[in-house]
Design a protein around this ligand. Structure first.
Ligand SMILES: [Zn+2]
Ligand SMILES: [Zn+2]
Length: 400
């Protein structure tokens, strides 16, 4: 079934001598080798010898969330994709949180990420192409000076105008040291244990928060469903969303990268989306971009249609099944268009001030009723479509 998670199938890696001989980035190599090593040894040793208090763990959780959200809501959706606008106070906090996460300054991060979207899966141009395997896309790409991640800020000219980002770029190293040593030490001091603050809020949080973000570049391009598009290796996976503050709906994101949401349903776990939306209520964010429900549903349906057609062609009576599939597809598409029209009219009427005149009320009620009717038709059509596609699995395949 297409609904099952597929196994990792990234594009094949291309290896050239240049790539194998790319010079090692010694700063990153030492940093990203030693920090996990210390986290794996010092943190448990101190815990077993002296113990950590509930306060120390609270500092860890808060700093973990602060770093994670600064990357997903700030570096990613705000700066790389401009999916919404944010108040300077929020931008300042995200700039601090990003330095705390030690994921480079916004200029470098957003420039790499825009290239990732523009050249996704292109092994020579996508800085963290999943085509080069899990290790490369997860962390390998920052351990050497690869040609694909050479610094080129020509794609972030808009961000270079932001004084907060200029300030972060200029003082990045000082901010990293301040956020990773001074802040955890101070929080530890408030709780009565500076070392516990540095170990949990500093070291363990740093290593975990980095690898959680790296999962979006690696695993979210390998494990999950291609719900909206097969143009990239990006996958939708609610399990990865749980670990990455909602970024696991990565197939949706690569299809509609300007949407401030990654999980589009209200029940999709996407705390980044909830934060951006909540901030809108208090005036800290504005101009939230959303893709229209019709575009989303059309992309989903086209994907299902393509997969069903491929399956259909392998079955006995392929021509008859294909004709039925196409008929259902056309009808569902037509109902989808009707639903979008009625939905738009109903929401427009809903937002209008209705004065107490009888015909205005009557018109509004009529629109609501016809919208409900089309919504019901769509539900039935979708059900028929699902049943038809599912019935294909019971039909024997043509043997070659
Ligand atoms: Zn993105
Ligand atoms: Zn991606």
């Amino acid at each position: 079934m297409t609904d099952q998670y597929s196994s990792p199938t990234p594009p094949a890696a291309s290896n050239s001598a240049d790539w194998d001989r790319a010079p090692i980035n010694w700063t990153n190599m030492i940093l990203f080798t030693l920090t996990p090593l210390f986290a794996l040894t010092l943190v448990p040793w101190y815990g077993f010898t002296y113990g950590y208090s509930a306060y120390d763990w609270m500092v860890f959780i808060l700093m973990m969330g602060f770093c994670g959200i600064s990357i997903t809501a700030g570096y990613h959706r705000l700066w790389s994709h401009k999916a919404y606008k944010a108040h300077p106070v929020l931008r300042f906090l995200f700039a601090l949180g990003g330095a705390c996460a030690l994921q480079n300054d916004v200029f470098n991060w957003a420039s790499d990420h825009r290239r990732h979207h523009a050249f996704v899966d292109n092994n020579d141009k996508d800085p963290y192409s999943a085509g080069r395997g899990f290790w490369f896309s997860h962390i390998g790409w920052i351990l050497r000076h690869y040609p694909s991640s050479s610094q080129d800020f020509s794609n972030i000219k808009d961000l270079q105008k932001d004084p907060i980002l200029q300030w972060q770029h200029k003082h990045y190293l000082a901010l990293v040291l301040f956020m990773n040593i001074a802040v955890p030490a101070f929080l530890g001091y408030l709780g009565g244990n500076i070392i516990a603050g540095i170990l949990l809020g500093g070291l363990l949080r740093l290593v975990l928060s980095q690898h959680v973000t790296y999962l979006i570049n690696s695993l979210a391009h390998m494990w999950g469903k291609q719900t909206f598009s097969e143009k990239s290796s990006a996958r939708d996976n609610p399990v990865i969303a749980l670990l990455t503050y909602g970024e696991g709906y990565h197939n949706y994101h690569h299809t509609f990268q300007w949407d401030y949401r990654n999980g589009i349903r209200w029940w999709h776990y996407d705390p980044t989306k909830w934060l951006i939306r909540s901030c809108e209520w208090v005036g800290l964010t504005s101009d939230l971009k959303r893709v229209s429900p019709l575009s989303i549903e059309t992309a989903r349906l086209e994907m299902q249609y393509r997969k069903a057609t491929e399956r259909c062609d392998r079955l006995k009576n392929a021509d008859t099944l294909r004709a039925r599939l196409e008929e259902e597809y056309e009808q569902l598409k037509h109902t989808l268009d009707l639903w979008a029209q009625h939905r738009q009219q109903w929401y427009a009427a809903k937002s209008m001030q209705i004065h107490d005149q009888l015909h205005e009320k009557w018109e509004k009620n009529a629109l609501r009723d016809s919208y409900r009717e089309v919504r019901y038709q769509l539900k039935i059509r979708r059900q028929r479509w699902r049943e038809l596609v599912q019935s294909f699995s019971e039909i024997p395949q043509v043997t070659a």
